[in-house]
Design a protein around this ligand. Structure first.
Ligand SMILES: Cc1ncc(COP(=O)(O)O)c(C=O)c1O
Length: 483
């Protein structure tokens, strides 16, 4: 079928002063006419020569525009019959402004790729990140990777990196494992996903700490498990209550090193009880070791995976806190009996992330930078935490030094979520405590104040703003806060 060329429907406006090349302007005009249906399938475009003289441009310019449209499958060359509009033109792209897809992690993250604010969780001390060294290691890794023979990479991660991590874990976490028990991931969430897939526990129940990292609770739900909140006290998870509430749970997710968000360390009796339950019930313990050796109060407690003779602990580590979440690297240590299964899942469904980042991290570990960096960060974060503690308004009740944060309590009935929502407008980003609980409405309100990026020059202003916002929030009646 040949449809006539309708010049009036294709209004060309060639602008020679514009930075967009003329070829691209012609392509865009024709593309729009085809996609919007003004040029019907089968329509023959004018010859290059005719179009060029009509528009006052060179013949080659039109030719290049037609070729670009052919690459997009919008037109085709019909030999002597000229260039024609293709039968099935590409669908009209939906205009971005019509779309309103909610971003993920609403209510948990204030947005993505935003400049971190004082008190914000999940961000490292940007000023202490060894940026130059990291850039050098990455450049070297990119070059080495580009020169290397191209074969499929090990889906569990580069063997040298896994060997380095195994060596570091022995030193910093007391874990004795074979490098083939280690699977590289993009961080904690990816490690959890890998573990849940490998364990095949969909439809089962799982213990979660109450309070706990909200991602763990929601992640379980998304993966088709039913989280059962188990209270935490000064010795960590109430294992006895877990055994009573859900003895046949498939697994328990715990933060034994420094409970998130309370900071308590799981006592040795509770560890033994948890391991005994897992062994008895054929259940698993997922150890979220998010802070690794970053214990500001002294030497970090050993990992649970360090004393797990029955092989019930799946240890999830991340470089998100110890180096930076921007690396997008973490790892899982599978119990020996499950190492092959985890490797298979990585191979088929969840291969290790980007090789060049892995190679750069390998050098970072092998050359001793990691342990040096850890030592430096511990000192820096301790200083920042103490400075915050000393500077906080005396009316603010500090409940705990927890991980890299201070936890402060607010009066019962206080709407900590509303405060946290307003805070970024005033340049700070504290995290509400109640969202860490399974039942926020009945939870203790408070704020988790992360100290990592709290520099001396921002401390005073951040603390004054916090005190003002807390006072203002207290002045709002609870009913109005909830509205
Ligand atoms: C308890 C806990 N686990 C895991 C993570 C996340 O680790 P990653 O940076 O690997 O996503 C966080 C981050 O804040 C956390 O608080």
């Amino acid at each position: 079928m040949t449809a006539p060329w309708p010049p009036g429907l294709v209004p060309f406006q060639i602008d020679r002063s514009h930075t967009t090349p003329i070829t691209a302007q012609i392509t865009a005009t024709l593309r729009a006419a085809i996609i919007e249906g003004r040029l019907r399938p089968g329509t023959r475009l004018p010859s290059w020569l005719d179009m060029a003289s009509q528009l006052g441009v060179a013949r080659g310019t039109v030719k290049a525009a037609y070729e670009a449209l052919a690459d997009e499958l919008l037109v085709f060359s019909a030999g002597a019959a000229g260039t024609r509009v293709a039968e099935r033109a590409a669908p009209k792209p939906v205009e971005a402004k019509q779309i309103d897809i909610p971003r993920p992690l609403q209510g948990l993250e204030r947005g993505f790729s935003l400049r971190p604010l004082p008190f914000q969780m999940g961000v490292p001390a940007q000023d202490a990140f060894p940026a130059k060294l990291w850039a050098r290691l990455r450049t070297r890794a990119v070059r080495a990777n580009a020169m290397a023979p191209v074969g499929p990479p090990d889906p569990r991660g580069e063997p040298e990196l896994r060997a380095q991590i195994a060596a570091q874990l022995a030193i910093t976490r007391g874990i004795c494992c074979h490098p083939d028990q280690i699977i590289l991931t993009s961080g904690y969430k990816n490690g959890l996903c890998l573990a849940l897939m490998a364990l095949g526990v969909q439809g089962r129940t799982a213990w979660v700490e109450d309070p706990c990292y909200p991602v763990a609770r929601m992640g379980l739900k998304i993966a088709g498990l039913k989280p059962i909140p188990i209270p935490v006290d000064a010795k960590g998870l109430r294992v006895d209550m877990g055994v009573r509430a859900a003895p046949d749970a498939a697994l328990a997710i715990v933060t034994p090193g420094q409970q998130a968000p309370t900071g308590v360390t799981l006592s040795s009796e509770r560890r033994a009880a948890l391991l005994a339950w897992a062994e008895r019930e054929d259940a698993w313990i997922i150890e979220d070791d998010y802070l690794s050796e970053l214990q500001l109060g002294g030497r970090a407690a050993p990992a649970m995976a360090a004393s797990d003779p029955a092989g019930r602990v799946i240890h999830i580590g991340t470089f998100g806190k110890t180096i930076s979440p921007s690396l997008g690297l973490g790892f899982v240590v599978a119990p020996l009996a499950l190492a092959a299964r985890f490797g298979e899942v990585a191979g088929y469904l969840n291969p290790a992330p980007n090789v060049t980042t892995q190679l750069a991290l390998t050098d970072f570990l092998a050359d001793g930078h990691f342990l040096r960096h850890l030592r430096h960060m511990k000192g820096l974060y301790r200083e920042r935490r103490d400075a915050l503690h000393a500077r906080l308004d005396p009316g603010i009740v500090v409940d705990a030094f927890a991980g890299l944060s201070l936890v402060v309590h607010l009066p019962r009935g206080y709407d900590d979520v509303a405060l946290a929502k307003r805070a970024p407008e005033y340049g700070i980003a504290p995290c509400p405590l109640s969202v860490w609980y399974a039942n926020p409405a009945e939870a203790q309100p408070g704020l988790v104040l992360c100290v990592t990026n709290l520099r001396a020059q921002t401390l005073d202003k951040a603390c004054d703003t916090l005190a003002t916002l807390i006072d203002e929030g207290a002045a709002v009646p609870v009913a109005a806060q909830a509205a």
